[in-house]
Unconditional design. Structure first.
Length: 413
């Protein structure tokens, strides 16, 4: 059964937590003890209603303020598919949390309050979805019950959002009218929208095509672990364990080990303890090579006829997530897949206005939530693809060397 990772985003009080709560509640994905705990804590118990937002608002500070301030992850499944939900905060100062939640999402649900239409935060979240190359976007127009289920209001919001989607190059955008509070069009189609001919939200999530999102052309295999048992029966065993992040590998393929550029041939592939003829993304396997060459964690095994760029100077878009500002000359660790190298910020080229995508003059330093374009120099060469071409080998993080905290999300250009 495949897994759909999706993120919900929108302005404060657009109803993200209620939407996820309704999705879990109506799809019967809540444990009885969870339900009992929520019934005890619910704020609406005077009228017998359950506050479904409490299912995702996990932090006490959030509950006291009635807001979501961190990304809350939830897991549920239906007979058709498994799901991982990232509930991103709506406040502007927590935009960075959306970046972390969205970085490996297959789909984004962007909530729009039917009373307010497309607002600044809608644009901001849509820009992040486009920067992070999220393949599918669902625009859920919520609180339709508060505008009398008006088709005209719904159509006006779609017209506004289509301009945003076109300017950002968002490809697969689906629109749906909902009421998260009442459960309209969440799990089942609602009779309140006789004019809406599309699917319910859960139906969309269960049927969105994911196989087309996996790149099977550019073969990339970051080595996570070198297996050398050195026992009597496995004296000469040397296997390279990792996950095929894209492409297909077959026994007999000519390969290069980047960044060193060493040549070899795949002699065997192991999957779940058995030898197989081929492996493809996103399988975790062990590769064996004919030649006894020096390979370690972080090296990238690629086919010799399709190689990534190998550089030690990178142009990157950085979403800055650190409390201390980023300055030119600052040193960090840069991690791309399993490869970690020392790096220095050589130059800040410009700052990106997240509301308009306009390039602003380079600031002296990047502050929390800023998105900047910078040049980074690494201590040793990095094999990479551009983020737009291959998300799985074009995304990296910056790590503070002293605290080990992730301070920047990078998209290599």
């Amino acid at each position: 059964m495949d897994i759909l990772r999706f993120i919900t985003a929108g302005s404060v009080d657009d109803g993200k937590s209620t939407l996820i709560g309704r999705l879990l509640y109506d799809s019967k994905s809540i444990m009885i003890d969870q339900l009992e705990a929520i019934e005890k804590q619910t704020k609406n118990r005077d009228d017998g209603e359950i506050d479904l937002a409490l299912l995702t608002d996990g932090l006490r500070a959030e509950r006291e303020q009635g807001i979501t301030i961190d990304v809350a992850y939830k897991y549920f499944s239906t007979p058709k598919r498994k799901f991982i939900i990232a509930d991103a905060p709506g406040h502007i100062q927590y935009t960075r949390n959306m970046v972390t939640g969205a970085s490996n999402s297959d789909l984004a649900i962007i909530l729009v309050d039917a009373r307010n239409g497309v607002v600044e935060q809608t644009r901001r979240h849509s820009i992040i979805a486009s920067l992070l190359n999220i393949p599918h976007v669902v625009v859920a127009i919520n609180k339709m019950d508060l505008v009398g289920h008006s088709q005209e209001t719904y159509n006006n919001i779609i017209a506004d959002y289509k301009e945003v989607a076109a300017s950002l190059g968002l490809k697969d955008v689906i629109y749906i009218p909902i009421s998260a509070l009442n459960g309209d069009n969440i799990v089942d189609k609602s009779e309140n929208f006789s004019w809406y001919e599309g699917k319910s939200l859960l139906d969309i999530l269960e049927t969105v095509e994911l196989s087309n999102d996996i790149n099977l052309t550019d073969a990339r295999f970051p080595v996570q672990y070198v297996i050398r048992p050195q026992t009597e029966e496995l004296h000469d065993y040397r296997g390279y364990a990792g996950k095929v992040i894209s492409g297909i590998y077959k026994k007999g393929d000519k390969v290069l080990v980047q960044p060193a550029g060493l040549k070899s041939t795949i002699s065997a592939i192991e999957l779940a303890g058995k030898e197989v003829e081929e492996a493809f993304a996103p399988q975790s396997v062990i590769l064996h090579l004919e030649d006894d060459i020096d390979i370690s964690r972080g090296d990238l095994i690629v086919k010799d006829d399709n190689v990534p760029s190998v550089e030690n100077e990178l142009d990157v878009l950085i979403c800055w997530m650190g409390s201390k500002p980023l300055k030119e000359g600052s040193k960090y660790l840069l991690q791309i897949n399993s490869r970690v190298v020392k790096a220095v910020v050589k130059e800040i080229q410009y700052k990106l206005d997240v509301n308009s995508l306009k390039q602003e003059p380079a600031p002296e330093q990047a502050q929390l939530n800023d998105i900047i374009k910078a040049t980074i120099k690494t201590a040793s060469p990095i094999p990479y693809d551009s983020y737009k071409k291959l998300r799985v080998n074009g995304g990296a993080i910056l790590i503070d060397e002293t605290s080990n905290v992730t301070v920047g999300a990078c998209m290599i250009q």
